[in-house]
Write a protein of this length. Structure first.
Lengths: 286, 381
């Protein structure tokens, strides 16, 4: 069987086709460079010996990663970020999963309108959410700004992601498997615990991981709702005002790798859950 | 039908089920005795699955009463009913092994682990799947998955086992094999089986009794033989096997009841077969294998029903021959099974004047009316 490329090669096409294809490839390459070159520079500079990052690269060093580990305030910011991300992931997952159940199975009146209402915060600009939260915390709720308000602010847009992911899995859930559980003597609570939750756990896990990645590098809403303790992105932002130092590059590189890692895990987990065969409600691996 | 003092395993009294405006079950009444292999048979959409789901407790009744072992269970949730279901798509738990699937219901009962282990072994053995404990459902063939579902339901030792077209997804050969297997398991465990199918052959071969359903109602309940030989109406006769129908009039002014065809031929019938009415327009039904064809009708002590006609077609079908005869009353089909040591004389009859005849005890009166409609709402005579 001929592959797609072979078919193109043997098909009689206009003599411009080759040129067009090359132009498209070039354009694609340029786009990739535009997207990733700055990030690539950041990663390279984090290993650069020079005290002011820039070209030409003078030599390879892990010095800035070393400096980073001695910077107490930066480490505290990293700690704050991890605290916030963990709290956001746990809360968003619990709240979002519960909301997904209501959305899919609650027998609510306007399911589609409710679904949109649930997921709208994803589309609302962060600045808007940030400003409104700040006003709300300061004027209405009279809450002092802290990591707690940051967590609350980030939940506004992470919960909808969890709702979306878990609800779509619940939607496609085979109700007969649940009937079978009830048929075999499982109370509704037992059926949820032993059958439904294990089967939708990949979606829940993916929701949690996506919440972590969203939380770790969230800036706009955090900036509005943060108190005295900075998270990593807000710390970097305040530091950069005094000039870019190579250790910021090092931190950013670590963040990049961590985010990519978590995102990859989430995609793999979700992908595996989605790839179950439709022929039978069954899957080979546990 | 056993008619002991014990309450029936399942009893439906005037059950209605509506989905919004649509009526799925329209006043269904039915009794299933303990130990029966009861088949619900009917065309697609007639309400078979709905009936099972009502008994299982997955959908609520609109009105009427449902009793399991004499107890009214209208509002009892499924996990408290002493019935278990084998679902059409098996509904195995994909994240559990075969053994865990079978053990699930026993775990919910709170049985001690050692008893669970023993019972899992026992029922996997029963369905011929010993040694499949650690497989996952995704690693099973359709027939094996089906048997796991069966073991999982039977391990609970329910009063009634509900099976919704459990063989529907299997290929023909496996189906036949599983039919034999199911009959064996039924005899072995003695549990009441309620089996849904739209395959008449499956119902005839396995059931102790059959309920033929159409449009949310029961048309006829009876043993496979009764349903096949004495269908109450044209719908049942048509749904189960092939039939010849003759329109005419039932008369009772002579020594015995007579069926008079429109062109005047008079056929003897046996009183009490089919419709209880003794006079008026009626339809006579006779199965093709009961109809004989030959140049001249035999004369004997017992009067035969005889019609003259012309053999229009003779088709050799392997183990039988199909003869189509045109008569003034309509086209009749006869099926002759081949007997060993007898040559085929049937082929010579094509285009000849012949007679068709049958023993009156083989025919039955079905729905009333000269032109019976096969429609949904025809009541019995
Ligand atoms: N959840 C539902 N909502 C609305 N109508 C339904 C629902 N379930 C069944 N029905 C209707 O009730 C009628 C009976 O359905 P049922 O599933 O019992 O048929 P069936 O005899 O099992 O058919 P099949 O052989 O195709 O499985 C059908 O007309 C069907 O459209
Ligand atoms: Mg059905």
């Amino acid at each position: 069987m001929a592959s797609g490329v072979d078919a193109l090669e043997t098909m009689p096409v206009s003599h411009d086709a080759r040129a067009v294809r090359w132009a498209l490839r070039l354009w694609f390459g340029a786009l990739m460079i535009f997207l990733y070159l700055p990030i690539a520079f950041m990663v390279v500079f984090s290993f650069d010996e020079g005290a002011t990052p820039g070209l030409p690269i003078t030599g390879f060093t892990l010095h800035w990663y070393d400096v980073l580990l001695d910077n107490r305030s930066l480490l505290r910011a990293v700690g704050n970020s991890i605290t916030v991300a963990t709290a956001v992931a746990i809360l968003a997952t619990v709240i979002g999963t519960m909301a997904a159940f209501v959305l899919v199975r609650g027998g609510i009146r306007w399911p589609n309108a409710t679904r949109i209402a649930f997921t709208l915060p994803i589309m609302v600009p962060g600045v808007l959410i940030g400003v409104s939260l700040l006003i709300y915390f300061a004027r209405a709720a009279d809450l002092p700004l802290s990591l707690g308000t940051v967590i609350a602010g980030q939940l506004v847009f992470t919960v909808p992601f969890v709702v979306l992911i878990v609800a779509s899995r619940l939607q496609s859930f085979d109700r007969q498997v649940e009937w079978a559980a009830a048929d075999l003597g499982a109370s509704p609570r037992q059926a949820i615990r032993h059958i439904v939750l294990p089967l939708i756990s990949p979606a829940i896990l993916a929701g949690a991981l996506i919440s972590v990645t969203l939380s770790i590098d969230e800036f706009v809403i955090t900036w509005f709702t943060i108190g005295a303790q900075p998270t990593l992105p807000t710390y970097i932002y305040t530091r950069i005002k005094f000039g870019v130092t190579p250790e910021v590059n090092a931190v950013a590189t670590i963040m990049l790798v961590a985010t990519l890692l978590i995102f990859t895990i989430a995609s793999v987990v979700l992908g595996r859950a989605r790839r179950r065969p439709d022929r039978r409600p069954a899957e080979a691996d546990a | 039908m056993s008619d002991g003092s014990a309450a029936p395993a399942i009893e439906l009294v005037d059950v209605m089920k509506r989905y919004g405006e649509a009526v799925a079950l329209d006043g269904l009444s039915l009794q299933i005795q303990a130990g029966e292999f009861f088949c619900l048979l009917g065309p697609s959409g007639c309400g078979k699955t709905t009936t099972l789901n009502l008994i299982g407790g997955f959908v609520p009744l609109t009105s009427g009463e449902l009793r399991i072992e004499g107890r009214r269970v209208n509002d009892l949730p499924p996990h408290k009913r002493n019935v278990n279901t084998v679902f059409q798509n098996y509904a195995l738990f994909p994240h559990m092994t075969v053994a865990e699937n079978v053990a699930f219901g026993l775990r919910m009962e709170g049985l001690p682990a050692s008893d669970i282990g023993r019972r899992v072994d026992e029922y996997l053995e029963l369905v011929d799947l010993a040694g499949f404990h650690d497989r996952y459902p995704g690693q099973l063939s359709g027939g094996q998955a089906q048997r796991v579902a069966l073991a999982r339901a039977l391990a609970k030792r329910p009063a009634v086992l509900l099976l919704d077209e459990p063989l529907g997804a299997l290929d023909l050969k496996l189906r036949k094999q599983m039919q034999v297997e199911l009959s064996r398991i039924h005899r072995q465990v003695g549990t009441t089986f309620v089996f849904v199918t739209h395959d008449q052959e499956e119902a005839l071969s396995m059931a102790t009794r059959i309920a033929v359903m159409a449009g949310g109602r029961i048309r006829q309940i009876g043993s496979p033989r009764e349903i096949y030989q004495r269908p109450v109406d044209r719908f049942v006769a048509d749904f189960i096997g092939e039939s010849n129908f003759l329109g005419g009039e039932l008369r009772n002014d002579g020594p015995g009841p007579i069926f008079r065809l429109r062109e005047g031929t008079e056929l003897p019938v046996v009183p009490g077969f089919g419709s209880t009415r003794t006079t008026g327009p009626a339809t006579l039904m006779v199965r093709p294998e009961s109809v004989a064809v030959g140049p001249i009708a035999p004369t004997g002590p017992a009067p035969m029903a005889v019609i003259a006609g012309r053999a229009a077609n003779v088709a050799f079908m392997g183990n039988h021959t199909r003869i189509t005869v045109k008569t003034d009353a309509g086209v009749l089909v006869s099926i002759r099974f081949h007997e060993s040591g007898k040559g085929a004389a049937e082929e010579e009859m094509v285009d000849r004047e012949v007679h068709v005849w049958w023993d009156p005890r083989e025919s039955t009166i079905v729905a009333a009316g000269d032109e019976p409609d096969v429609g949904e709402e025809t009541g019995g005579g």
